[in-house]
Design a protein around this ligand. Structure first.
Ligand code: FMN
Length: 341
């Protein structure tokens, strides 16, 4: 008898993987061993190029080759395509080119117009999924030819969206491409719930930080295990737009809103780009330091912390999630969660 909820979906077919789970791009937590572990477990790990090079110290191509030695299964790459400068755009074009040369065929785009990525990647038989927080951006992605959409909801780590997983499914469900749920999936029950709602897969960030494969500090991992959703707040102080973090004394001291000058600059059409660049450079440095430093208490995480009960290997997590989905009957009977309820 076939499972009520098979692991195979339109997304797993496009990405050539077994389990409908994306290990989302994470700056600064996406070290190559973590990316490879998600792919090796049957999902697909996504390389965040700045994390790979600047935080984890690899040359870009050599880092991709290292990941390929750790797993023979498909991995993906995150192309952040906001055109803040010509130099940045040219670097991203080169990174996509090298990724294709190294055999990557699954790309996740964020911000901007993904058309050039789609055109280039499609020629090699690859696919592009686009991160979106509302229909306007989804439509822009589809006009650019993307093959799937990643619906980033209000429980996500990183830059959370304003809408719930349910709202996004209602808003984007008729667009005719596979839809991935990003945000809030911390345990097997949440995974099963997202799939039963009608998503073709999930994108997970926070859950995979609390693993031995992630190089983040032990203090960061422990904070994820010990926090619940009430401790997750959005701060504008890191990148100028709201980022989801654990409320700690450091975050409280910094405050959650951008300062008046920054806010004024973020509003102006021209000054907006400068301000974002200033924030980007500042935040790249401080987040890198904070993720590795045991005393930093400056940690990005989403509301999925609710379901995260322990630090455990990626393969154990993916296997449990997959088993729960295959074992789920109608309306989630037998799905279970990580607390053994
Ligand atoms: C620490 C951290 C860093 C992240 N960095 C990025 C990033 O650089 N680029 C990106 O597209 N998404 C980034 N994200 C978002 C994740 O890829 C993913 O969509 C999100 O974590 C899903 O929500 P969850 O944390 O509840 O699983 C980040 C998330 C976290 C927790």
């Amino acid at each position: 008898m076939s499972a009520a909820y098979p692991l195979e979906t339109p997304f797993t077919r496009q990405a050539h993987i077994e389990v409908p789970i994306i290990g989302g791009a994470m700056y600064p937590c996406g070290n190559p061993e973590l990316v490879a572990a998600v792919s090796e477990a049957g999902g697909i790990g996504i390389v965040q190029p700045i994390s790979l090079t600047y935080v984890h110290g690899h040359q870009y191509r050599e880092g991709l080759q290292y990941i390929k030695r750790l797993t023979k299964k498909p991995v993906g790459m995150n192309a952040l395509i906001e055109q803040s400068s010509k130099m940045y755009h040219e670097r991203m074009v080169k990174w996509v080119e090298i990724a294709l040369e190294e055999g990557i065929r699954f790309f996740v785009t964020s911000l901007g117009n993904p058309r050039w990525v789609v055109e280039r990647v499609s020629r090699e038989g690859g696919v592009v999924y686009h991160d979106v927080t509302e229909r306007k951006w989804a439509q822009k992605g589809l006009d650019g030819g993307v093959h799937g959409l990643i619906a980033v909801n209000d429980r996500a780590g990183g830059h959370a969206g304003p809408k719930s997983a349910e709202q996004l499914l209602a808003e984007l469900g008729d667009l005719g491409v596979p839809l991935i749920c990003a945000g809030g999936v911390g345990d097997a029950a949440e995974f099963v719930r997202a799939m039963q709602m009608g998503y073709a897969g999930v994108q997970i960030g926070t859950r995979f930080i609390a693993t031995p494969e992630c190089r983040a500090s032990e203090a960061y991992k422990r904070a994820i295990v010990e926090s619940d959703a009430s401790r997750i707040v959005l701060t504008e102080r890191i990148t100028g737009v709201p980022v989801s973090v654990i409320r700690t004394p450091v975050i409280e001291r910094m405050g959650l809103k951008a300062g008046p000058i920054a806010r004024w600059m973020l509003r102006g059409r021209k000054t907006k780009h400068w301000m974002r660049t200033i924030y980007a450079l500042k935040s790249l440095r401080s987040l890198k330091r904070a993720s590795l430093d045991e005393k930093a208490e400056y940690w990005q995480a989403g509301k999925s912390v609710d379901g995260i009960e322990r630090i455990e290997p990626v393969a154990v997590i993916v296997r449990r999630f997959a088993g729960a989905l295959e074992g789920a009957g109608d309306r989630g009977q037998g799905a279970g969660n990580d607390r053994g309820q």
